[in-house]
Write a protein that binds this ligand. Structure first.
Ligand code: 1GP
Length: 246
């Protein structure tokens, strides 16, 4: 998975991920999303959610794997959100928080299962940035996001992730955020930290996605906006915007 992600960056400059939260889809809406992604040049599907109510995780992963060649990367909200059918997972540590459960405990519980399932983990520093609404992650983890204007704090967390040996950073303002991570913050993190950066949360137009890539984002994630069937056709424009912005 790591090799694939670095190849995407080398060949395309930046990558586009579509987030599938199994709680937010019916089988029909997921089918529609997968069909639209078929010729849209999506680099990977992220599958997961901060709090899974449904038992659709395995099924969602299998539906994607059975229909398209696009890799499926798990985006787990806890150590139990795993599926053997995925290609790999973001092995997340919520480093913007100070809750040991989400810094290391869930990871310890999940590690032997990940090994048995043969999933490739990509160590990822998960950094929550204020996006204007209280997020499920904040509530579930009992942590606070870094305030949107505190660029120096975001840089310090990003550097710590790099020095701890993580391979990726995820700058997250939360699903459906009122505002996405600012261009200034993305640029500052990229200036000081050598890790590839995923940016997600509140990105609702291809123009904004392109703008984030120009600011330094390596991967863009959209989830919420594509949960409305009327917007699914935007997938192609998002992918094009991300791939041509670099
Ligand atoms: C959420 O970063 C992802 O965890 C995507 O955010 O749903 O707002 O696109 P949106």
């Amino acid at each position: 998975m790591w090799e694939y992600l670095t190849k995407v960056l080398k060949q395309r400059g930046a990558g586009y991920f579509v987030l599938v939260d199994p709680d937010k889809h019916t089988r029909d809406s997921l089918k529609q999303l997968i069909n639209s992604a078929r010729d849209a040049d999506v680099d990977a599907f992220l599958v997961g959610g901060s709090y899974l109510f449904s038992d659709m995780l395995d099924e969602a992963v299998r539906m994607i794997k059975d229909s398209v060649n696009t890799p499926v990367i798990l985006f787990p909200g806890s150590g139990s959100h795993l599926s053997r059918y995925a290609d790999g997972l973001l092995f997340l540590s919520l480093i913007s928080g100070r809750n040991p459960q989400f810094l290391i405990e869930e990871q310890v519980r999940a590690a032997p299962i990940i090994k048995r399932m043969g999933l490739e983990p990509v160590p990822t520093g998960y950094i929550m940035i204020g996006g204007g609404n209280e997020t499920t992650v904040e509530f579930v983890t009992g942590t606070r996001s870094i305030p949107a204007g505190k660029t120096d704090l975001a840089v310090a967390h990003a550097l710590a992730a790099e020095y701890l040996g993580m391979k990726l950073l995820y700058l997250e303002s939360g699903s459906g955020a009122s505002y996405s991570v600012s261009d200034e913050m993305i640029s500052a993190v990229k200036k000081y930290c050598g890790l590839p950066v995923i940016v997600g949360g509140g990105i609702t137009t291809p123009e904004t996605a392109a703008q984030k890539v120009k600011a330094g984002a390596d991967f863009i994630v959209t989830g919420n906006i594509l949960e409305n069937p009327n917007n699914i056709r935007l997938i192609k424009s998002f992918a094009q915007a991300v791939h041509s912005a670099f």
